[in-house]
Write a protein that binds this ligand. Structure first.
Ligand code: FES
Length: 62
């Protein structure tokens, strides 16, 4: 998955935007990311992908 991959089609949220929310806003859960970016708040179909990005990002920064 590249940074310019669209993760959330409903809101056109790119992976980069999700990573930015995790880094800059300290998002730790799918709900946090949803609040910060809107991703995952409409159909919910992208929630697994958001979780995967969170898992990666949070593990890498530990
Ligand atoms: S694809 Fe993200 S809420 Fe629908």
């Amino acid at each position: 998955m590249n940074g310019d991959t669209i993760i959330c089609n409903c809101n056109e949220i790119y992976k980069n935007e999700i990573l930015k929310a995790i880094e800059e806003k300290g998002c730790k859960t799918v709900e946090d990311v949803g609040e910060a970016t809107g991703a995952g708040t409409i159909c919910g179909g992208c929630i697994d992908d958001i979780q995967e990005i969170l898992d990666h990002a949070l593990n890498n920064s530990k």
